[in-house]
Design a protein around this ligand. Sequence first.
Ligand SMILES: [Fe+2]
Length: 190
Amino acid sequence: MKNKLKDFHHYKGNNLTRFEKVERKVIELILSSKVPDGQREDSVIFELKHASGCTQIARILAQKRKLNVEIADAAATLHDIYVIIHGTYKDHAKLGSFIAEKILKEINGFSKSEIATITQAVAHHSEKDIYSNNPYIELVKDVDVFDCSLYKGAEGSYRIHKPENIFKEYVKRIKKVRRELGLPQNDVFR
Ligand SMILES: [Fe+2]
């Protein structure tokens, strides 16, 4: 039995799946960023925390929703790739989808439909007030707001920077995820 066990690579070496290579690539891009915090809307530390948090939450939610865990993982990991590279949120979803496509093609091994699913989820993740019938787009939207809701200060930031109707959509999505995960419904920012 023991011989059949495979040790975990801890993201070292070449024995990674294509999806793990996506995770590593995104983290490498964050760690090697040449855009200093002073020129970023968010810090490099936040990008690192948010990308990693979203990856893991996507894996949990995908299991709850019976979706492909790896596809959900890749879409969530790549969702803010434009912000990671350029430091700004302007049109980041659409522009990020092109970068995501390039990364997926470079890593190799992804089918056309996998690339389409992942890049569509990246391209549309900012449309939090729209409820599409694409489960991966909706998953990335939910993962994004839920991860942010776990930071103290997210509520203030949302209230300052988002219109009231969009803020309500964020809360609606956070509540939905908390319900799915069996978490308390009051005080959704915690
Ligand atoms: Fe995000």
